[in-house]
Structures are given as structure tokens and as C-alpha cells.
Design a protein around this ligand. Structure first.
Ligand code: GCU
Length: 601
């Protein structure tokens, strides 16, 4: 855990973000002012509010929120006259003019603050902003963040003023080859402030991060108390700080003292501990207190490991009955956020018999992960190293590593998160192996208690023999691959197919499937009919049963989702139609094939 924080801090210093501080663990448990709501916005296609006509940074940019002082003053923008849209949310589904828009939008909100409040600090937290965000408070540049799916926070104590405060965010979702993800991807590039924004009050010395989980590798048959591993880090290297950990239900209350790094690292015994599992998603109320700070969390305890080709949860082999999911509301509603959206999507997955979801292809919001934990659903969480990333660009690597760090920082206390995935469908090359190999090794330094994987691919068979061959097998705990027999290749040949996965590791088929337009019926060899998709699933599931060491599957995909790459009129209409549900939650025939197959697992 310490390495996690050191890594985070190093990365932080990379960006010129003087106000940026390490990610605050369990932010929703802190006293906070939610800044969600209707924010004014200005669409700025040519970034008139950021550059002057010579493309130099414009000191009088929109971040100044300037107002004419005298009648002759020329100010050519006014946020308070501008329209508003909901934050969190994407702009594509809130303003029809912006459905396809990729560029800059300025957001503005204001809030009242009474400062200073004794010696407390105030952090400004964003759950996520897609993609490139410049944050300004009262006209001052607070920080710059890139990456559309991970949280970030700034200490803005010294920028706050008494009374009205003006927060302005320049958001740009333009795609670029050196970004992560790169310039092409098969999902909608929802731009905007897509997750919660809040002001968080913390004491000068606060609990920056902590980790509490079952110590690894205890023989399943072992009796007696379990051992919990506890560690904590203050935001300052303060020694001698008293830390009290309490788990009332376990009658556990223990005190620790921080070392000269402001850290605690200890183990403690827990009697009669119920382990977290899909059948019993047991969570314990945990309280952690210092002299001036307090945080409460719901934490589950479990072990996850592999043994040969098996995945073991709490020492027992388990089959991951999964489905791949995009972070998108049903009914064309844009980026999902919040418990309600999560519950809807996860209930659809559970109805299919799932105990596992692959959250593709980027870290989903925290509500999704926590709701899955409450519902007993295990999670694969992934960073968007998707398709052909700029493997040799050091900035691209730093960006990917930062997203990996923040994904793990945010969710490392979630018992249901069992797999960190570092990539999807990446082309083989030495540069790619170098890039991803480093990321995989790095992930282990941040968290050596979970499994590392990535979605490899098998795109062809020779003489009906499919063989997975990927150098990255060395770096992962679980070898996962995508295959599209019956859709992108070898239609109706699944029954003849053989598989060879020459690695002594568990296998997950992380994508398979095909498209169907809900309600379109016809012959089973007629593309886009439900019958075609149903038949494809029947043939694929029978074929998958033949794969030695198969420990899980996450068919592509839970529901139809928007993609700018899907342009077939009358069928796709900018939707990827590979859902087992339509976008409205209507079950397609293939759904029942998967449900039946999972009942057999
Ligand atoms: C790929 C990719 C997905 C994509 C899917 C498809 O495998 O990983 O993001 O949507 O195939 O083609 O539908």
C-alpha cells in the first residue's frame, strides 16, 4: 500500500499541478458540499476562451468570468446568460447540438463558502471529467487533468474566498493518437463532467488512504481466527498519531501509532469472520479514527488467487459467470452514474445468472463498483489501453500508469474487485510488450492481492485449430482473450473448432458474441435477426465447454450501446447491437441461451 501512495505522489509531481494532492480514499464518507446540479456552459469550438488569435494562452480567457464594468467594456461571453446542463452528466445527450460534438465546452458554477473554518483544509474532488480538464477557482488555475474515467482532487483552501466562489472547468474531449484511449474506440465519446463534484472538508492532518483486507493465502481448511492486514497513511509524515480501528460487529477495537512516514502497517485477528462471496456478500462496518479525523467504510473480506488453471475465491474454485458492460444508462440516456443506474444494469446481469461483470474498457464510477459489491457481483476493472496505443510515447505511458494508479487507489478496498485489467485487444510488438509488461509489474507493486489480466485476442484458426499465443501471458495471472467465431469469422464453424491455450493459468473468454436488432426475426443464418444471435450463442457456448481451464466468460455485451463506428441505418443507427438486452432492457433470444448455460455452471 505504501508503494501505491509513493507512486501516486511521484505521478502527481509529474503534472504542473501544485494544488493536486493524493487521491482521498473513500471520499464519500467525508463531510462535503456536493456541487452537482445545473451548471452554465459555453460551447467553444475554436477555444476562443483559452487562446488568443495568435494561439497564445489568453490571459483574459473565459476562466476570468469577466463582467463589463463600464458601458463601453467589451466582454464577448457571459456564463450567467448561457444555458445550463446537469453535472454529473455528458453533453452529448443533454444538448442535441452536441450529440456528435468533440471539442471544448466551458462549465461554470458558483457556491457560497465561509472561509477559513479554523485550520481545516478544503479539497475539490472530481469523480471524472472526459477527457482533458483545466480547473479554475475564482479566476486562478487550480490544475490540469487528463483521462476521462478516474478521480482527481485539489487542495483549494487558499483559493477559496468568503461568500460567492466561482468554479470554471474547461473540458475538451477531442481524441488524439497519443491519448489513453487512443483516437479510435468502439464506444461513444461522451464529453463532459460525467461524475460527482464536491468540496470536501478535512482537518490539516487527515487519513489520506487505508487498506483493510484478509491476509492472503490461508488454507481453506484452516480453523481459528482470520488475520486481517491493516495499513494507513496520513497526508503528512507525522509520527506518533493515534489511530483507532473499530469493527463493532467483530468486537474489534485496536489502537495503533503512526511511524515517521505517517503510516501504520499491522495485522489483527478476527474471530468468526464471515467471508465475502457472491452467495454471501457480507460487508462489515469499519471505523477508523485519529485525533481529528474519522472515516467509516463497508468492507468485505475474501481471498482471491489462482492454482494452476483454477481461480480460487476463499480457497474454493469458482467459475466467473460474467458479462461485459459499458458505463451507459439504459434508454439512450448517456453516461451512467450513481447507484440507481448501477442497480439497473447489475440487476439485468444477475437476471442472466451472473456473479461477475467485466467493466469495459475503462474504470466505471465508484457507485457501480460498490453496488456490485453489495449485490455479490465480482468485478473486472480495466484501464483504456485499447487497440493501438502510442507504445513508445513516454507521456502516453505516464498517462496509462496514472490511470492504473488511480483506478487501484480508488477501489483497492472493494472485496468484489478481483481482477485489474491493463489492456484490450492490443497488437503484438516488442514496444507493446515493453509498455504493458511495465504496467503489469507496476500494478503488482501497487496491489499484490488481486489478479492481473488483460483481454488478448484470437482472430484466426488454422484448420479449425485456435491457439492463443501472446508474450504477455508471462505477466498476467489469468489469460483472457476475445474471440468472435460466428460473427467476424468462421460463421457456423464453432462446432468444429478446437482450442489450445498453452499456459498453465486460468482462462477467461473476455469477449464473444454477435449482433441482433431486438424484435427482428428470421432464419438463423440471417444476420441481425435474434435467431442468428441465438444460434451463435448456442454454438459458442458448446464450443467454450471444450476449452481446458476455462474459468470464466464475459460475453460481449450486456446491452446495446452507442458507438460512432456503428452506422448501418435501420439496424445499428449508431448502436453496437451485440447486447443480450436491447438498450431498453428487452431480453433477446440469446439471453436465454446464456442464462441456461450459466445454470449449468
Ligand atoms: C472488440 C472490442 C469491443 C467492441 C467489440 C465489437 O472486441 O473489444 O470494444 O465493441 O469488439 O466489435 O463489437
Amino acid at each position: 500500500m505504501k508503494k501505491l501512495l509513493i507512486a501516486a505522489i511521484t505521478l502527481l509531481s509529474l503534472g504542473a499541478n501544485a494544488n493536486e494532492v493524493a487521491l482521498l480514499q473513500n471520499v464519500f464518507a467525508h463531510e462535503s458540499l456536493l456541487l452537482n446540479g445545473d451548471w452554465h456552459y459555453i460551447v467553444d469550438v475554436q477555444e476562443e476562451g483559452y487562446y488568443d488569435y495568435r494561439m497564445n494562452l489568453n490571459r483574459w480567457g473565459f476562466f476570468q468570468n469577466a463582467k463589463p464594468q463600464r458601458p463601453e467594456d467589451l466582454i464577448e461571453y457571459d456564463f450567467d446568460k448561457a444555458a445550463t446542463m446537469r453535472v454529473p452528466g455528458d453533453w452529448c445527450t443533454q444538448d442535441q447540438r452536441l450529440f456528435f460534438y468533440e471539442g471544448t465546452v466551458w462549465y461554470k458554477t458558483s457556491f457560497q463558502a465561509a472561509v477559513p473554518v479554523e485550520d481545516y483544509r478544503t479539497l475539490l474532488y472530481f469523480g471524472a471529467v472526459n477527457y482533458d480538464a483545466h480547473v479554475y477557482l475564482n479566476g486562478k488555475h487550480v490544475g490540469h487533468h487528463v483521462g476521462g474515467f478516474t478521480p482527481f482532487n485539489y487542495d483549494v483552501t487558499d483559493l477559496l474566498r468568503n461568500g460567492e466562489n466561482v468554479l470554471i472547468v474547461k473540458v475538451d474531449n477531442k481524441r488524439h493518437k497519443d491519448h489513453v484511449p487512443t483516437q479510435i474506440f468502439d464506444w461513444w465519446n461522451y464529453g463532459g463532467i460525467t461524475r460527482d463534484v464536491m468540496l470536501v472538508r478535512v482537518p490539516p492532518v487527515y487519513i489520506e488512504d487505508y487498506s483493510l483486507q484478509l491476509e492472503k493465502s490461508r488454507d481453506a481448511k484452516a480453523k481459528g481466527p482470520h488475520t486481517l492486514a491493516f495499513s494507513l497513511k496520513l497526508n503528512q509524515k507525522k509520527a506518533g498519531e493515534k489511530v483507532t480501528l473499530t469493527i463493532p460487529e467483530l468486537k474489534l477495537k485496536q489502537q495503533f501509532t503512526t511511524d515517521d512516514q505517517g503510516c501504520v502497517s499491522a495485522t489483527l485477528k478476527a474471530k468468526k469472520l464471515q467471508l465475502w462471496s457472491p452467495a454471501n456478500p457480507k460487508l462489515y462496518q469499519v471505523q477508523i479514527a485519529t485525533d481529528r479525523d474519522f472515516t467509516g467504510d463497508s468492507i468485505g473480506f475474501r481471498t482471491i488467487e489462482t492454482r494452476g488453471k483454477q481461480i480460487l475465491l476463499n480457497g474454493q474454485p469458482i467459475f466467473l459467470k460474467g458479462v461485459s458492460v459499458h458505463e451507459e444508462k439504459p434508454n439512450g440516456g448517456g453516461r451512467a452514474n450513481g447507484t440507481e443506474d448501477a442497480h439497473t444494469l447489475l440487476t439485468w446481469a444477475k437476471d442472466m445468472g451472473c456473479n461477475f461483470v467485466r467493466l469495459a474498457h475503462y474504470p466505471h464510477n465508484e457507485w457501480m463498483v460498490r453496488e456490485a459489491e453489495r449485490m455479490g457481483i465480482m468485478v473486472w476493472s480495466e484501464i483504456p489501453c485499447y487497440w493501438t496505443i502510442s507504445w513508445t510515447n513516454p507521456e502516453t505511458y505516464a498517462n496509462a500508469q496514472r490511470q492504473l494508479t488511480d483506478m487501484i487507489s480508488r477501489d483497492h478496498n472493494r472485496a468484489n474487485v478481483i481482477i485489474w485489467s491493463i489492456a484490450n485487444e492490443t497488437p503484438h510488438s516488442a514496444e507493446r510488450d515493453q509498455f504493458l509488461g511495465s504496467l503489469a509489474k507496476y500494478a503488482r507493486t501497487l496491489d499484490n492481492t488481486r489478479l492481473i489480466s488483460m483481454a488478448m485476442e484470437v482472430t484466426s484458426a488454422s484448420n479449425y485449430k485456435n491457439r492463443l499465443q501472446d508474450n504477455m501471458h508471462e505477466y498476467v495471472d489469468v489469460v483472457s482473450f476475445n474471440q468472435y467465431i460466428g460473427w467476424y469469422r468462421d460463421v457456423n464453424d464453432a462446432p468444429k473448432m478446437q482450442w489450445e491455450v498453452p499456459y498453465d493459468k486460468p482462462v477467461i473468454v473476455s469477449e464473444f458474441g454477435g449482433g441482433a436488432k431486438y424484435g427482428l426475426h428470421g432464419a438463423k443464418n440471417q444476420r441481425w435477426t435474434e435467431e442468428f444471435q441465438e444460434n451463435l450463442y448456442k454454438e459458442n457456448t458448446a464450443m467454450l465447454d471444450k476449452i481446458e481451464g476455462l474459468s470464466g466468460t464475459t460475453p460481449w455485451v450486456l446491452k446495446d450501446f452507442r458507438s460512432p463506428r456503428r452506422v448501418l441505418d435501420g439496424i445499428q443507427d449508431y448502436y453496437n447491437r451485440k447486447g443480450l438486452y436491447s438498450d431498453k432492457g428487452e431480453k433477446k433470444k440469446a439471453f436465454y441461451v446464456m442464462k441456461k448455460w450459466y445454470e449449468s455452471k
